[in-house]
Design a protein around this ligand. Structure first.
Ligand code: ADP
Length: 403
């Protein structure tokens, strides 16, 4: 089935047209600067065409129109007409507790997504705009929403509840939701596929380390805990987010340092993590380079980053009562072999032992990096959230048709 995958972010619309049978990306690209004075479109197709051009794009409907124009362009396109699109899969950040799996979009599903907007005010409203745009331009084409949160809806209450008065959960839905669900699910299903087995055969610790970072404990195909919480701010030290923090630090910043709420929000989300600790950058490639030049704060930032990942891996070994494998994914997890080595160092009591040559050779490719004979396997599996979204969209559409 040919599925158009759309991801409406702030000022941007990313797209991929995927032929699900072969798992082939027919075309992909991004419209950047939606609603701004200057917008650009980047497009590439499986035929090797690459183009980039400026275009005025006032809203997501115009952005989606540009996507369709690229896909059906008589010279560079991959479709004769938009009728070649059999379904649309939308990446939506928050599905709350009611949208626990990928969902065919009808009016009631749209209302439920809108009801989750207060939980993801920067993301869900944009996702809804992307959906409205696709519905308007592709009337009659089935549309499916795939949520970052839904994989974690299998977490037990002991993992998702905070130690707050229970009424804050029942009345305000304050609980841990977790994110990156499509990525954790993709790599865990891919791990099972590689081993010619069902996901139910394995206990896995999935480490998604990109600009945003999270770990997930996966017990026989189901997420049982994850490091992100009510928002993506909890857990690991990330590119610009602080991760776990004593909430009293916030009171201190508000009361003693005189910061305003928005300033604290911005401090914790945009100026902390690797950027805040190093004082230079959130880019791990640059930090690795700076560290090799003897930059002390780059070294410190990476040390804190790796230590936090290791600590969560240890916690998730306890949660799962042992794991068959650890999987690394995301830009850092797939490429930064030095950090994988630091994270896995001194985890030998959990049966983790890396093969240094395999580890160094694994950059952006699927590979086992543990020593032969190690009790716990360690793998690098590049994530492919768009493919998972396309496949989920296809399955959901077929189920709805009763096929
Ligand atoms: P996002 O969460 O925005 O999708 P990515 O998954 O692309 O981010 O991860 C971005 C991070 O991956 C950056 O810190 C970047 O420096 C790091 N990264 C990408 N390639 C490499 C590499 N070859 N070596 C080390 N780090 C890398």
């Amino acid at each position: 089935m040919r599925i158009l995958v759309l991801n409406a972010g702030s000022w941007s619309l990313k797209f991929q047209l995927i032929e699900t049978g072969a798992g082939r990306v027919m075309a992909k690209g991004i419209i950047e600067g939606v609603g701004r004075e200057e917008s650009t479109a980047a497009y590439e197709s499986w035929r090797g065409i690459r183009k980039r051009f400026s275009i005025a794009v006032a809203d997501y409907t115009q952005a989606a129109g540009t996507v369709l124009a690229c896909l059906t362009d008589p010279t560079d396109g991959v479709l004769e007409s938009a009728a070649g699109i059999e379904g649309v899969g939308h990446r939506i950040v928050h599905g709350g507790e009611h949208l626990a799996e990928s969902t065919l979009l009808d009016d009631s599903a749209l209302r439920l997504i809108a009801a989750c907007s207060p939980l993801a005010p920067l993301h869900n409203p944009l996702g809804l705009e992307g959906i409205q745009a696709a519905r308007c331009l592709l009337p009659g084409v089935p549309q499916v929403a795939v949520f970052d949160t839904s994989f974690h809806q299998s977490m037990p209450s002991r993992a998702y509840l905070y130690g707050l008065p229970y009424s804050y959960y029942t009345s305000h839905r304050i609980r841990r939701y977790g994110f990156h669900g499509t990525s954790h699910r993709y790599v865990s299903e891919r791990f099972a596929e590689i081993h010619n087995a069902e996901p139910e055969s394995f206990k896995l610790i999935s480490c998604h380390l990109g600009n945003g970072c999270s770990l997930c404990a996966i017990d026989r195909g189901r997420s049982v805990d994850t490091s992100m919480g009510f928002t993506p701010l909890e857990g690991l030290v990330m590119g610009t987010r602080c991760g776990d923090l004593d909430p009293a630090v916030v009171f201190h910043l508000l009361e003693r340092e005189g910061l305003r709420v928005e300033e604290v929000d911005s401090l914790l989300n945009r100026h902390s993590g690797l950027l805040g600790l190093s004082g230079v950058t959130n880019d791990v490639r640059e930090l690795l380079h700076l560290r090799s030049q003897g930059h002390p704060r780059a070294r410190l930032a990476l040390e804190v980053f790796c230590y936090r990942v290791k600590k969560y891996i240890g916690a998730f070994f306890a949660v799962l009562d042992g794991a068959h494998a650890i999987i690394f994914t995301g830009g850092i997890g797939e490429n930064a072999f030095a950090l994988r080595a630091e994270i896995c160092d001194s985890l030998s009591s959990f049966g983790v032992e890396l093969d240094p040559a395999r580890n160094e050779a694994a950059a952006g490719v699927e590979a086992e990096i543990s020593s032969p004979g190690a009790r716990t396997r360690v793998w690098v599996i590049p994530t492919d959230e768009s493919l998972l979204i396309a496949r989920d969209a296809e399955r959901t559409i077929r189920q709805a048709r009763g096929a």
